[in-house]
Design a protein around this ligand. Sequence first.
Ligand SMILES: Cc1cc2nc3c(=O)[nH]c(=O)nc-3n(C[C@H](O)[C@H](O)[C@H](O)COP(=O)(O)O)c2cc1C
Length: 211
Amino acid sequence: MKQLQSEPTAIREIFPSILYYGTPVILLSTRNADGTTNLTPLSSSWALGKMVVLGVSTIGQALENMQRHPECVINVPAPTQWEQVERLAPTTGRFPVPAQRAAMGFRHEPDKFATAGFTPQAASAVQVERIRECPLQIEARVEQINLREDGFAIVETTALHVYAHDQIMLEQGAQVSDRYVDPLKWSPLIYNFRHYFGLGERVGKTFRAET
Ligand SMILES: Cc1cc2nc3c(=O)[nH]c(=O)nc-3n(C[C@H](O)[C@H](O)[C@H](O)COP(=O)(O)O)c2cc1C
């Protein structure tokens, strides 16, 4: 990446067509009416304590599913999995496809696992399948859905169980930690103004870092 200078050459007001300034991609598992699992790529999420908040379009299948069945899994893919994420990008679990989405080239896809080439993994506490290949898998309960008037909903969830691949966890002697993800081994897939990135080099750590 080109090194950005802290002293700007000039500052102007801009009118960006999107404001996706670089957040991790998640693949949200939700339960379809027939009991199968739908997968939805999202970049609007954040975690605080055990809460994970999601920003979800009201036009998609994910929201309808969570309104009917208040459980989900937040699967977090790695940068190497971007092409599998992108295979899901033009699909929706909605049938028929809403006209607005059809006009944008979206198609109905009932089997998102097959589309992306992922393996369903039975969850321990929710009736929604996890994605086996995603290094982080968070089973969660949907607590509250705040429907906004701009076509989006803010969905508050509580993490119930977190699963991780051993490969991203800190090694403590011969033991694999079940508390610390190793930030030198793990990178989320970042959605940066609609382009996919991994993380670059570590630039530092906070005074509260425990590893
Ligand atoms: C990388 C990526 C990030 C996305 N982020 C969001 C998001 O944060 N919120 C949202 O509602 N849609 C987001 N989308 C669009 C949805 O994935 C898309 O509308 C999809 O068709 C919804 O699927 P569903 O109708 O089966 O739930 C994103 C798509 C991609 C590819």
